[in-house]
Design a protein around this ligand. Structure first.
Ligand code: FES
Length: 248
C-alpha cells in the first residue's frame, strides 16, 4: 500500500474548547463548540485542493480515508473513505467511496477507463459518481460540499462528528487542560490550537498523562475514550482535536 501522504492532509477541527483570556486557569470558562450540521452527525472536512496536483484538471481524483483499507478492499474500522473529483465543468465533487453493492472502497477515477472501478466485483461509476455498470444497484453517495473564498473545499462527511470534553488539571506549580474524546479504532488524531479566533491553527504537542512529557503530536485511536493533556501558558486560545485523513 502506498505510504500515506500526511504532509498533504488538511482537515478542519471537529470539536473545540474555548478558553477565555483570564488571569488564572482555574477561573477559565470552557465550553464546547461543534461544527454546525443539519443532520447532527456530520464532521466538517476541509481540504486545500491545491495540495493535490491531480485535482488541477478535469478527471482528477483523490481518495481520502480515515481507517486503513484492508486487502479485502474494506476499511479496517467503521469509517469509509471518500472521493474528491474535479468534474468536466471545473467544479469539485465529494462522494463516498463505498460501493453500494458490497461496501468495498472503489478506486479513484481513471481517465483511461473513464470510470471509478470497484475492485471487488467490477462495478463502474462515472466521474460524478453515477452508476455505469456492474452489480452495484445505484451510484455513489454524494456528500454536500462547498468551495470557499480562500480556495479550500468544505465537505460534510456523515458519522464523523464527535464531542470533546475539557477539564483543567491542577498540578500545583502549573495547570494543564485535559481533552477527552471517543477515539475511534485505527483513526489518527492531532491537537491544534489558535490563540485568537481569526488566527491560523497550529499543531501542538500533548502528553498522554497528567504529568507526562508534552512530546506526542499524533494519537491512534483504540475505540475507547482517550484523554490528552496540553499546556496553555498564556491562558487563552481555542483548542481542537482533529481527525487526520490520509490518502489510503
Ligand atoms: S462490492 Fe463493489 S461491485 Fe461488489
Amino acid at each position: 500500500m502506498e505510504a500515506p501522504r500526511r504532509s498533504f492532509v488538511r482537515t478542519l477541527l471537529l470539536s473545540t474548547a474555548w478558553m477565555s483570556g483570564v488571569s488564572g486557569m482555574k477561573r477559565l470558562h470552557l465550553s464546547a463548540e461543534l461544527i454546525p450540521s443539519a443532520e447532527g452527525n456530520e464532521g466538517l472536512l476541509s481540504i486545500q485542493p491545491s495540495d493535490y496536483p491531480v485535482l488541477s484538471q478535469s478527471g482528477g481524483s483523490i481518495r481520502l480515508g480515515f481507517n486503513p483499507i484492508r486487502s479485502n478492499h474494506q476499511p479496517d474500522g467503521t469509517l469509509q473513505p471518500l472521493l474528491i473529483n474535479r468534474l468536466e465543468d471545473g467544479t469539485l465533487k465529494a462522494m463516498s467511496a463505498e460501493c453500494p453493492h458490497g461496501s468495498c472502497a472503489v478506486r479513484t477515477y481513471s481517465t483511461g477507463s473513464q470510470s471509478h472501478v470497484c475492485p471487488c466485483h467490477a462495478s463502474r461509476f462515472r466521474l460524478d459518481g453515477s452508476r455505469i455498470s456492474g452489480p452495484a444497484p445505484f451510484g455513489l453517495e454524494t456528500y454536500p460540499s462547498e468551495e470557499q473564498p480562500d480556495g479550500s473545499l468544505h465537505v460534510l462527511v456523515p458519522r464523523l462528528r464527535f464531542t470533546l470534553s475539557t477539564q483543567v488539571v491542577d498540578l500545583g506549580q502549573s495547570q494543564r487542560l485535559r481533552l477527552t474524546f471517543a477515539a475511534r479504532r485505527k483513526v489518527s488524531y492531532e491537537v491544534v490550537r489558535r490563540r485568537q479566533i481569526n488566527e491560523p491553527w497550529e499543531r501542538v504537542a500533548f502528553a498522554g498523562s497528567e504529568q507526562g512529557a508534552l512530546s506526542q503530536t499524533e494519537l491512534d485511536g483504540e475505540g475507547l475514550l482517550a484523554s490528552v493533556y496540553v499546556e496553555a501558558p498564556d491562558h487563552q486560545g481555542l483548542f481542537a482535536v482533529r481527525i487526520l485523513p490520509k490518502e489510503y
